[in-house]
Design a protein around this ligand. Structure first.
Ligand code: NAD
Length: 335
């Protein structure tokens, strides 16, 4: 029998959000054993976990969630009683090129985890939790008004969001059908250290540093609600411990910005950090053909999480962006 109070399986813990979650849980809960499984795709980086990799309450295993047998064996071996599921193919542009890969990891991979947990927990759901981490993109696209609530009907419009919506439906179905203690959270766009440089903010930082073009889709007016990754982690920690099983929680930053405004802020910040003349990198901006089916606006209403569990995002956008720029500039120098 494990001596730990909880044996938590985190999937996708070598990715952007997962790495921050693993670090927070390993450091803050020495009485929990954290088992991180990740297949180490291009988007992962084990270097982001160096500060905890030798901790006695941390285990890493290279496992693909598409491999149900391997997942099931991990649950048994480490007496897993809680799962926080983040592993996914996460880049919308890739999903447009390769939708099947997204269905295999995001849908079948999630189903493999749910099935393995159902089998291993065998209807004994006491002190168990299956926490599924999802996105606000499942709700579709908004015009200039309104925000997504937990009750907003799903209307995914990209292969990525369709695969995440499908995995949310399966997770919820396991709660209703088998009474599995499932919690889902749907979060807005994250930014911060450790994010792979295909995503808007790190890609733009990299290109400004290297004097390469800054490709902006369409007219650059698409709006996202941005949240600093550590505020997302605080929310997951809180929901995991205090959220009600069977419930869904929206998580957002109350920080709506269009792509042009973000890129302008990045140009200012990076030019300043590199002692270039103010705004000199504006010349790198290049408007390119819009992403197919590009959602116009996401906006998420997190009042349920705020009112019921007392969560508030702590990091202002400018502060979070500065931390992100500083981290990437340092990491580019080191690599
Ligand atoms: P990421 O792409 O940075 O990391 C995903 C991780 O999953 C990687 O380490 C990758 O190696 C791993 N992975 C991929 N396929 C796998 C497989 N078949 N088996 C095992 N591991 C596999 O993604 P992220 O931005 O950290 O997102 C994490 C989760 O949060 C995803 O489920 C995503 O849908 C969700 N989410 C992300 C955001 C965001 O803005 N990044 C917002 C809301 C929700």
């Amino acid at each position: 029998m494990s001596n730990y109070k909880k044996n938590i399986l985190i999937t996708g813990g070598a990715g952007f959000i997962g790495s921050h979650l693993v670090i927070q849980l390993v450091k803050n809960y020495s009485n929990y054993r954290i088992i991180n499984i990740d297949s180490l795709t291009y988007a992962s980086n084990l270097k982001n976990l160096l500060e905890i990799e030798n901790s006695s309450n941390y285990i890493f295993k290279k496992i693909d969630i598409r491999d149900k047998n391997a997942v099931y064996k991990i649950l048994i071996k480490y007496e897993v009683d809680n799962i926080i599921h983040l592993a996914a193919e996460s880049h919308v542009d890739n999903s447009i090129e390769n939708p099947i890969e997204f269905a295999e990891t995001n849908v079948i991979g999630t189903l493999n985890l749910l099935e393995s947990a159902r089998s291993y927990w065998n209807n004994n759901f006491l002190n168990k939790c299956f926490y599924h981490v999802s996105t606000d993109e499942v709700f579709g696209s908004l015009g200039t008004e309104g925000s997504f609530l937990e009750s907003t009907p799903y209307n995914p419009r990209s292969p990525y969001s369709a695969s995440k919506a499908s995995s949310d439906h399966f997770a919820r179905a396991y709660h209703y059908t088998y009474k599995m203690p499932v919690i889902i959270s749907n979060c807005s766009n994250n930014y911060g250290p450790h994010q792979f440089t295909e995503k808007l903010i790190p890609l733009m930082i990299k290109n400004i540093v290297n004097n390469q073009i800054l490709p902006i889709y369409g007219d650059g007016k698409n709006i996202r609600d941005w949240l600093f990754v550590k505020d997302h982690i605080e929310a997951i920690d809180l929901i995991f411990h205090n959220g009600k099983k069977g419930e869904t929680y929206n998580i957002g930053g109350d920080n709506e910005l269009n792509n042009i405004d973000i890129i302008s802020k990045l140009i200012l910040g990076v030019d300043k950090a590199l002692s270039r003349s103010e705004g000199s990198s504006k010349k790198l901006i290049s408007f390119v053909t819009d992403r197919k089916g590009h959602d116009f606006r996401y906006s998420i209403d997190s009042s349920k999480l705020k009112n019921e569990l007392g969560w508030v995002p702590k990091t202002g956008f400018d502060e979070g962006l500065q931390l992100t720029i500083d981290w990437f500039l340092k990491s580019f120098k080191e690599n």
